[in-house]
Write a protein that binds this ligand. Structure first.
Ligand code: ATP
Length: 373
């Protein structure tokens, strides 16, 4: 990625920034003195009530090159959500994350993180936020444990007397206890990501910001990160993760926003986004010629016949019924099926094709989706 322009100089890379390309928990300036709230129970209870964890209004970024990377973004990340920030490469996700973390200045607009204005409140907000942006910065010649000790030592608010307990707890949290003594260079990519997460979790956090956390991981590594994200969310941490993988968003996120070319296309609960794209009707029958008029009579449109398989759009204003078998298809499919049978159509299979978030994305943007990587 070619994002290290002069505009990134505000990046306040932590003193711990090692040979990697990323920074973990980049808090500009000194941390505040530890308050009682930092040693208390982790975060707030999960739930989407109360003020949003992240809120932006008209947030925009134009790079000096003239590129408008983020265009008037109004984003609302509910507290307690696992929020997927979705969009193809170059759609402005990383730029948005960098603005939220105070790494680069917006050109216009406002943003609040944990209820506080950013970047003004960065010094009090960022210690409550764990971030993993573009992979963890690790020293390969140090063990996993010693990498964490290094991170912890660089935090002026971290009490050295409780360091080893904190490091052990973080290793345990990400399932790396038994591999803690191994050199980080011997870790798989997934283990390195988990170690990066452990570094972000050395202190109690209310928000975790993860930029493409599963990028480049094999399926097993992806599963591990997803499981971990779910566990963290169960603990009440709001997780904001960017991804260009639609599957990932469907599997792990409660809420999502879709970006395209710097603009927000849609945002909301994943179930609502999916409901916006209803499944197509799919009928398998050896009598397609007889079936098509019946389907038309029942308001099915955009009918496509391929051999014995017929698909079509169900009517938008169809009344609620019990036959659909899917909560998001309020159409009484049982009646339609019965009508086909009454008309002498032999039905082999009948149902709706499951709409995916990818269908939603394509429907919203008219774009394909880069699913490579
Ligand atoms: N430092 C920079 N200087 C100039 N243009 C940039 C810079 N960083 C990103 N861009 C451009 O801004 C646009 C948005 O990029 P951004 O990295 O935010 O997107 P993204 O959705 O995170 O994509 P990716 O998944 O590739 O990281 C792209 O056109 C990119 O080329």
């Amino acid at each position: 990625m070619e994002k290290s322009s002069a505009e990134d100089t505000a990046a306040a890379a932590p003193a711990t920034d090692g040979p990697g390309t990323a920074s973990t928990v980049p808090a500009p300036g000194p941390h505040p003195a530890p308050g009682p709230d930092r040693t208390g129970p982790r975060g707030a209870a999960a739930g989407t009530a109360g003020p949003a964890t992240i809120e932006t209004r008209g947030l925009s970024k134009r790079y000096r090159s003239g590129q408008l990377a983020v265009d008037a973004l109004d984003l609302t990340v509910p507290r307690g959500s696992v929020f997927g920030f979705l969009g193809p490469n170059g759609s402005g996700k990383t730029t948005t994350i960098r603005m939220l973390m105070g790494l680069i200045e917006p050109t216009a607009g406002k943003m609040r993180v944990l209820g506080e204005p950013m970047p003004r409140a960065a010094r009090t907000v960022l210690p409550r936020v764990g971030a993993l942006i573009e992979g963890p910065a690790l020293y390969g010649f140090l063990s996993g444990r010693d990498n964490l000790v290094r991170y912890d030592s660089a935090d002026p608010t971290a009490d050295p007397r409780t360091r080893s307990a904190r490091v052990a707890a973080a290793l345990d949290r990400v399932g790396l206890t038994s591999a803690a003594g191994k050199k980080a260079r011997a870790y798989s990519l997934g283990m390195k990501q988990r170690l990066g997460l452990a570094a972000a979790l050395l202190q109690p956090r209310e928000l975790l910001v993860l930029d493409e956390p599963t990028n480049g991981l094999d399926p097993q590594g992806m599963r591990e990160i997803r499981t971990l994200v779910r566990e963290l969310a169960d603990d009440g941490i709001t997780v904001f993760l960017s991804s260009h993988l639609l599957d990932e968003i469907e599997q792990v996120c409660t809420h999502a926003a879709v970006m395209s070319q710097g603009r927000l296309i849609t945002q909301g609960a994943v179930t609502e986004l999916m409901a916006a794209s209803r499944g197509r009707l799919a009928v398998t029958t050896p009598d397609p010629a007889e079936a098509v008029p019946v389907l038309k009579e029942h308001g099915v449109t955009d009918i496509v016949v391929r051999d014995e398989r017929i698909t079509g759009e169900l009517p938008a204003d169809a009344g609620a019924g019990a036959g659909g078998g899917r909560g998001d298809t309020p159409y009484d499919l049982a009646d339609l099926n019965a009508a086909l049978v009454r008309a002498g159509v032999r039905v082999r299979a009948f149902g709706t094709e499951r709409a995916s978030l990818e269908d939603v994305f394509v429907a919203l943007t008219g774009e394909g989706f880069d699913v490579a990587g």
